[in-house]
Design a protein around this ligand. Structure first.
Ligand code: ZN
Length: 184
């Protein structure tokens, strides 16, 4: 979907595509605030987050990645293929984790960087939906990884906190150079 035209028609149904906040912005490294109000504004934000995530070609997006420091994330590991895999995570908590899996992982806030990250291979999450109803779901493999990646975001943690200090420093050096060149 195209970016809404500023000053155009005030169509409140139109999705707002948010730009993704990149690594370096402190909003990504601060824990987010729990959500207590479940209103139309929250539901609009959830829709906008799905659209912003699809636009950025992601399968998960946390609210602080669009600059909103709230405990909210969306996930769709099917990337639009299966509506039942669209998950709204409000105030999520990891309640169980087991197994181990090492896979390449990337993040919309660290574009073009991918590194091996070892995480649990099966994760049970408890969260609310956009209406405040609690749900619980066990996810394997990619979904388990998405659960942990997004909850990390909401706790102010990025996936690079799970890689070696050496690799992390190298990555940060590359990013600083991109920043100096105005490409970040
Ligand atoms: Zn991420």
């Amino acid at each position: 979907m195209a970016r809404p035209t500023p000053g155009g028609n005030d169509d409140s149904k139109a999705s707002m595509i948010y730009p993704i906040v990149l690594y370096g912005d402190p909003v990504l490294e601060r824990p987010t605030e729990p959500i207590t109000v479940f209103d139309d504004q929250l539901r609009k934000l959830v829709e906008d987050m799905f659209e912003s995530m699809y636009e950025a070609k992601g399968v998960g997006l946390a609210a602080n990645q669009i600059g909103i420091p709230k405990r909210l994330a969306v996930i769709d590991t099917s990337f639009k293929e299966k509506p039942e895999e669209r998950l709204v995570l409000v105030n999520p908590q990891v309640i169980h984790r087991e197994g181990k899996s090492k896979q390449k992982e990337g993040c919309l806030s660290l574009p073009d960087f991918r590194e091996d990250v070892t995480r649990a291979s099966r994760v049970t999450l408890r969260a609310q939906d956009e209406f405040g109803n609690w749900w619980e779901k066990a996810g394997d493999d990619l979904l388990a990884r998405a659960f942990l990646h997004e909850v990390d975001h909401l706790d102010g943690k990025l996936f690079i906190s799970h890689i070696s200090a050496l690799k992390r420093d190298l990555m940060k050096r590359k990013i600083r150079k991109l920043m100096r060149d105005g490409q970040w």
